[in-house]
Write a protein that binds this ligand. Structure first.
Ligand code: SAM
Length: 290
């Protein structure tokens, strides 16, 4: 696998993953194409169209492909390793599709469902309350059937299961659907801390996960079907230092200001997560729906 380390492979994710050895990835992060049929134009954001494939499958085909890809990732991940899968609930002619429908058919243990509050709605029609959330599923490969795994350090766990930051600014990144570098940075630092590790993104697009991995001193492997996006991702990786400030800002949030014990000793509030809420309120931006 050595030849793939710190590289992006061009090809179909499922076919490429099948060529990989078993049990060598530490953590993966991805946002796959959402099978959005390329016709859901939002009022506020541009329609997502990729350069070298059409995001148009039957829902059945799409879900089966995602199951197959996720099972391949399970095979190549080390026991005790994790995969973070960014997706959202979708509707097609009034029928809701929820990612748990296919995640529960994979070999992964679903360790957590994280809500990503993007603070921005893609469509402001009134068929539903404006959808500002996406989901990030923490998938876990158990060690000898222990589905619980080791604990996160407190400085990471206190960031809670609701993550609030806006999507990537479309003017900064030419890819049609990048996620912000804050997202993979939070995951990589929470799971790997200072440890070495190999980070995978099988639909790496503009390379956001790979840039975060590089800046956090981890190894990485990317896969994407588009030559154009791979070229752009490689440029970003070369110029990674330009994005260092945003990654450092994220790391600043992984700090325990006072431990539970210290607060108790000082007679201060020891409720479950008051401090964290204050911290999140300080960080949060105005909801920018319009
Ligand atoms: C939602 S985007 C990922 C964006 C990425 N997270 C970023 O920050 O730039 C999905 C990516 O999957 C790629 N893709 C679509 N079908 C694929 C396939 N079968 N195999 C590999 N990549 C594919 C697209 O080219 C696109 O870049």
């Amino acid at each position: 696998m050595k030849q793939h380390i710190n590289n992006i492979i061009k090809g179909d994710a499922l076919s490429v993953l099948k060529t990989f050895d078993a049990d060598f990835i530490d953590v993966g992060i991805t946002s796959p194409p959402y099978n959005k049929q390329e016709k859901h134009k939002g009022w506020l954001v541009k329609n997502v169209k990729y350069d070298s494939f059409k995001d148009v499958k039957t829902e059945e085909e799409y879900q089966q492909e995602q199951i197959d890809v996720l099972n391949e990732i399970f095979r190549i991940t080390k026991e005790g390793g994790s995969f973070f899968y960014n997706h959202k609930t979708r509707w097609e002619r009034g029928q809701m599709f929820h990612p748990i429908q296919w995640l529960s058919k994979t070999q992964w243990t679903v360790r957590q469902e994280i809500i990503w509050d993007r603070m921005l709605a893609a469509n402001i029609r009134g068929w539903r309350f404006w959808q500002v959330d996406e989901r990030i599923y923490w998938l876990y490969k158990p060690i000898k059937n222990n589905k619980i795994g080791i604990e996160l350090e407190s400085k990471h766990a206190l960031l809670t299961s609701i993550w609030r930051f806006p999507p990537e600014n479309g003017q900064k990144n030419s890819h049609p659907a990048p996620f912000p570098i804050t997202l993979p940075s939070r995951i990589i630092t929470s799971i790997l801390n200072e440890n070495k590790g190999i980070v995978l993104d099988p639909y790496c697009g503009s390379g956001t996960t790979l840039v975060a991995a590089k800046l956090l001193n981890k190894k990485f492997i990317g896969i994407d079907i588009s030559e154009e996006y791979i070229q752009y991702a490689n440029q970003r990786i070369q110029n990674a230092s330009a994005e260092k400030r945003i990654v450092e800002e994220e790391l600043q949030k992984h700090i325990v200001q006072k431990t539970f014990k210290q607060r108790k000793q000082n007679g201060e509030f020891t409720g479950r997560h008051k401090n964290n809420h204050q911290m999140i309120d300080n960080q949060s931006h105005q909801i920018s729906l319009l």
